[in-house]
Design a protein around this ligand. Structure first.
Ligand SMILES: Cc1ncc(COP(=O)(O)O)c(C=O)c1O
Length: 436
C-alpha cells in the first residue's frame, strides 16, 4: 500500500508557516518534497508521522541519530542527568570523562574543546590555527561544507549570484578575501598556495571524505599529501569530521585513512542526536584558549549533552559496530546499483561505511562538478515515491544508516528503491546520461 497524501503534515505545515521563519527551523528542511513531513516520534530505525505512517528513516536528523531513535542506553543516560540540572557554568566530571573517550579513539589528539554545533566548532578551530601560526587566510576545497558562518559558507554551492563564491545573501563579502578555494584532490594547487611567499595561509580545512557533495572518498594518498605539505610549511591541517567522526571508523577518517591532522572537528554522531560538538587536537594548539584565544559558549560542555555523548560513544564501542556498518552500507549501495542498472538509469552510487550517495544521471561521478550535474529533479521525484512506500530519505541523494538498521531493513529498502524507480520512470522521463 502506498501513501496517497499527508493531510496532517500539510495542515501542520500551513500552521508553522504562520509562526516560524519559512515554516521550518532550518532553511533546507523547507525544500523537502513534496513538503516537510511532521513527525510524532521514532523508535529504532523508524519514524512515525502525524498521519500515523511509519517510515524507515535514512535522514537520521541529517546525520546525528547514529544509534537510531530512542536508544535505551542513550535515553537512560540523559534521563539520569535531567533531574540533576541542565548546566552548572563551571566544571563537572563528565566533561573529562567524555573527553578521555574521544582522545582514546582518535590518534594524535591530546585535548578536547566542547562546543554545541559544528558551525561553532569550525570557527574556533580556525581561530586557533590563526593564533598558532600568526597567519590569517585558509585553504578550503570547493563543495566542502564547514557550517553556515560568514567565514565558512564560501565555495560550497553556487550562491545567490550563481557563482561558487559567497553562499548567502547578507553575508560579509570580505569572507572571500580570507580564503583560497581549491578543487578537492588537487595537491599541486594546494602546494602552490602553501609554498607561495607571503601566502599567509594558517590552515587547510577539509572534509576528509567529501560527504556533503557526493560522498567522495579522498583520492589515494591525498590526505597524506596534505599532511606532508602542512608539515613542510608550518600550516595547521584541520579535518572537519562533523559527518565522518565516529561513523566511518572508531576514530573517524583519522583511523580509517591513517592520517593524523592537527585538529579534528566533531559533532553529529558524537552524541546520538543531542547538540554536542568538539574540537580535538594537539595540546600546544588547543591550550591557547586560556592564553588569549577566546572560546566561549554558555552551553559548552553541559552535562545533559555530555551524558548523551558518553552513552553514544559507549554504544559505538560495542563489538562489530563498524563491521556491521560496512556490511549494511555495502548491501544498500550494491542493491541500489543493481536496481538502477536494471531500470537503465545512468548513475553513480558511492559508499563509505554507513554513508551512501546516489548520483542520478551521471556515470563515474567522481568530482564535485559531476555531483553538481546530478539530475535533482528526477531524484526528487524518486524521493517522493520512496516516501509513499515508507522510506524517508534526504533530498540530494545522501543516505545515513544507524546501528538500529538491520540486514532485513536494508533488504526491504532495496526492494522499495526498486519499486520506486519503476514508479518514477512510469510517470516521467529518466535522466539523460552525463559522463563525469
Ligand atoms: C562537514 C560539516 N561541517 C560542519 C557542519 C555544521 O554543523 P552544524 O550543523 O552542527 O552547525 C556540518 C553540518 O552538516 C557538516 O556536515
Amino acid at each position: 500500500m502506498t501513501i496517497a497524501a499527508w493531510p496532517a503534515s500539510q495542515q501542520a505545515w500551513e500552521r508553522t508557516k504562520a509562526s516560524l521563519g519559512g515554516g521550518v527551523s532550518t532553511g533546507l528542511r523547507a525544500s523537502m518534497k513534496p513538503h516537510p513531513i511532521f513527525f510524532q516520534g521514532g523508535q529504532g530505525p523508524r519514524l512515525t508521522d502525524l498521519d500515523g505512517n511509519t517510515y524507515l528513516d535514512y535522514v537520521l536528523g541529517w546525520g546525528p541519530v547514529i544509534l537510531g531513535h530512542g536508544h535505551p542506553g542513550l535515553t537512560e543516560a540523559v534521563s539520569r542527568q535531567l533531574p540533576l540540572g541542565a548546566t552548572y557554568g563551571s566544571g563537572h566530571l563528565l566533561e573529562a570523562e567524555v573527553a578521555e573517550k574521544v582522545l582514546a579513539r582518535i590518534p594524535g589528539t591530546e585535548r578536547v574543546l566542547w562546543s554545541n554545533t559544528g558551525s561553532e566548532a569550525t570557527q574556533v578551530a580556525l581561530r586557533l590555527a590563526r593564533a598558532a601560526t600568526g597567519r590569517h587566510r585558509f585553504v578550503k576545497f570547493t563543495g566542502h561544507y564547514h557550517g553556515w558562518s560568514d567565514t565558512m559558507l564560501v565555495g560550497y554551492r553556487p550562491g545567490p549570484d550563481g557563482s561558487l563564491g559567497l553562499g548567502s545573501l547578507g553575508q560579509n563579502p570580505a569572507a572571500m578575501e580570507d580564503l583560497a578555494l581549491v578543487t578537492w584532490g588537487d595537491l599541486e594547487a594546494t602546494a602552490d598556495l602553501l609554498k607561495a611567499p607571503d601566502s599567509d595561509i594558517a590552515a587547510v580545512f577539509c572534509e576528509p571524505v567529501l560527504c556533503n557533495s557526493g560522498v567522495l572518498a579522498p583520492p589515494l594518498g591525498f590526505l597524506q599529501g596534505l599532511r606532508d605539505l602542512c608539515d613542510a610549511t608550518g600550516t595547521i591541517l584541520v579535518f572537519d569530521e562533523v559527518i565522518t567522526g565516529f561513523r566511518i571508523g572508531s576514530g573517524g577518517a583519522v583511523t580509517r585513512y591513517g592520517v593524523t591532522p592537527d585538529l579534528v572537528v566533531l559533532a553529529k554522531a558524537i552524541a546520538g542526536g543531542y547538540p554536542l560538538a568538539a574540537v580535538a587536537g594537539r595540546a600546544e594548539i588547543i591550550d591557547r584558549t586560556t592564553k588569549g584565544v577566546v572560546h566561549a559558549g554558555t552551553y559548552n560542555g553541559n552535562p545533559v549533552v555530555l551524558a548523551a555523548g558518553s552513552a553514544t560513544l559507549d554504544a559505538l564501542a560495542e563489538p562489530d559496530v563498524y563491521e556491521d556498518f560496512e556490511r549494511r552500507g555495502t548491501a544498500l549501495a550494491d542493491g541500489m546499483r543493481a536496481a538502477l542498472a536494471r531500470h537503465g538509469v545512468p548513475s553513480t552510487v558511492h559508499q563509505v561505511g554507513p554513508v551512501v550517495q546516489c548520483i542520478a544521471g551521471v556515470e563515474n561521478a567522481d568530482s564535485f562538478d559531476a555531483f553538481l550535474a546530478a539530475d535533482q529533479e528526477f531524484y526528487d521525484r524518486l524521493g517522493v515515491q520512496m516516501l509513499r512506500r515508507g522510506v524517508f530519505t534526504l533530498p540530494g541523494g545522501r543516505w545515513y544508516l544507524s546501528t538500529a538498521h538491520s540486514d532485513a531493513d536494508i533488504a526491504q529498502t532495496v526492494a522499495v528503491f526498486d519499486e520506486s524507480l519503476a514508479a518514477t520512470l512510469s510517470q516521467g522521463p529518466g535522466p539523460v546520461a552525463k559522463r563525469a
